[in-house]
Ligand binder design. Structure first.
Ligand code: SAM
Ligand code: SF4
Length: 385
């Protein structure tokens, strides 16, 4: 849907965004200057430097050109994973060398930039975030960042048996755990080698550590686990869990598979209602991608994330840091702003802040799947879902 851009809001002026034209000129000058400094760094010093924090960091808010408040950042801690889910990446996936990924210090500095621009909610993801070395310390420092009010994680849960309590102690508030079937054999097939017992242990440890409400993410794949939605939905009868069914989205190399095997929100809902009867609506928050429902009498909730067939772009205030330090503006579009290269080339905190503010302002309205526009430059694990 085409929506007319609104004029920049007053609040944007405080971060140097005056008008679209003035800002474009400013940014072009900054980019030329940074490009020269990056080149000088490469030839004279190699790379890697990290900006000094200013004595005082002013907090402000950023809205994009459609007026959406950008307040939610997902950070991919690594593109590496200890599973190979069929809907996420090919079995022979090649991962990036560590030196191309954000270091711990770089993650923290970029988080501070984001917080200074009004980001209050962080979700750590990947790849598999729990296999990042120092993940507990990274969580601690993010949770201590002024302005950050909520730190959550999306994980396959395999490592939570050991990590849930240390992560909670470090300041993690909640976890979303991916589990696409309750059948051990199918779980093994879908993840290519996972043991579902590890996930159950992780869920248990997370509940004990108070990382609640527990949300379970289930990507539904035709002919793999579409029939399993019934048993997954049944989990909510006895447990206060949110079971969320996600439409499979197409990305990069595996997009043919994803398009052929997507199961729509309507189909999933019909399957669930054919067994449990009509679902009750359970509140709706337009900034939440998941539409909440309940099986009558259930303790937990069901959610439907219909990114493909009924997108929720109007409420989307999310941006992402990919593991290699790009600001990704929409999950399903290739638009990115490189923050890590300028940071390593000596850009100041305020310069990085300007790049991020400007990038966020230009967040695209929504995805273009209906027009055949796919995100081709990365697989899901490289973006951070
Ligand atoms: N490894 C962690 C996990 O699996 O929860 C975090 C990263 S994973 C990329 C984040 C979320 O994206 C998971 O809930 C996963 O099920 C979902 N996901 C992966 N590929 C997807 C796809 N093609 N379409 C929709 N969701 C997908
Ligand atoms: Fe790994 Fe998560 Fe992708 Fe599965 S969905 S392969 S667990 S990153």
């Amino acid at each position: 849907m085409a929506v007319a851009p609104i004029q920049p809001l007053d609040v944007l002026k405080s971060v140097g965004i005056k008008s679209a034209e003035e800002n474009a000129a400013d940014l072009a000058a900054l980019e030329t200057d940074l490009a020269q400094r990056i080149e000088t760094r490469r030839t004279e010093h190699g790379t890697v430097t990290i900006a000094e924090l200013p004595d005082e960091i002013a907090l402000t808010d950023v809205h994009d050109s459609y007026g959406r408040h950008i307040n939610y950042l997902r950070i991919s801690l690594t593109d590496v994973c200890n599973l190979r889910c069929v809907y996420c990446m090919p079995e022979d996936m090649k991962f990036r060398p560590t030196k191309e990924l954000m270091s711990d210090d770089e993650i923290i500095l970029l988080t501070k930039v984001a917080a200074s621009l009004g980001v209050t909610k962080i979700r750590l993801t990947g790849g598999e975030p729990t296999i990042r070395p120092n993940v507990v310390e990274i969580v601690r420092q993010i949770a201590e960042t002024p302005g950050i009010k909520d730190v959550a994680m999306t994980t396959n849960g395999l490592m939570l048996d050991k990590l849930a309590q240390p992560l909670a102690d470090a300041g993690l508030n909640r976890v979303n755990i991916s589990i696409d079937t309750v059948d051990p054999e199918k779980f093994h097939q879908l993840t290519r080698w996972g043991d579902i017992a590890d996930v159950w242990r992780g869920i248990d440890a997370s509940e004990k550590a108070g990382l609640t409400p527990i949300k379970l993410n289930c990507v539904v794949v035709r002919n793999f686990n579409d029939e399993d939605v019934i048993e997954l939905a049944r989990l909510t009868m006895e447990r206060e869990w949110d079971v969320r069914f996600i439409e499979m989205m197409p990305f990069g190399e595996v997009s043919d598979f994803q398009q052929t095997n997507v199961v729509t929100f309507r189909e999933i809902r019909e399957m669930v209602e054919s067994v449990f009867g009509p679902l009750e609506e359970a509140g709706y928050d337009f900034v939440d991608p998941s539409r909440p429902y309940k099986i009558p009498g259930a303790k937990g909730k069901l959610g439907f994330i219909s990114s493909v067939t009924e997108p929720f772009c109007q409420g989307c205030g999310r941006v992402r840091f990919t593991a290699d330090g790009k600001l990704r503006l929409c999950l399903l579009r290739d638009d990115e702003v490189d923050l890590l290269t300028p940071l390593r080339a000596g850009a100041t905190f305020d310069e990085i802040r300007k790049l991020m503010a400007d990038g966020s302002f230009h967040k695209p309205w929504g995805h273009g799947l209906a027009d055949g526009v796919f995100a081709n430059n990365r697989a899901m694990n490289q973006i951070g879902g």
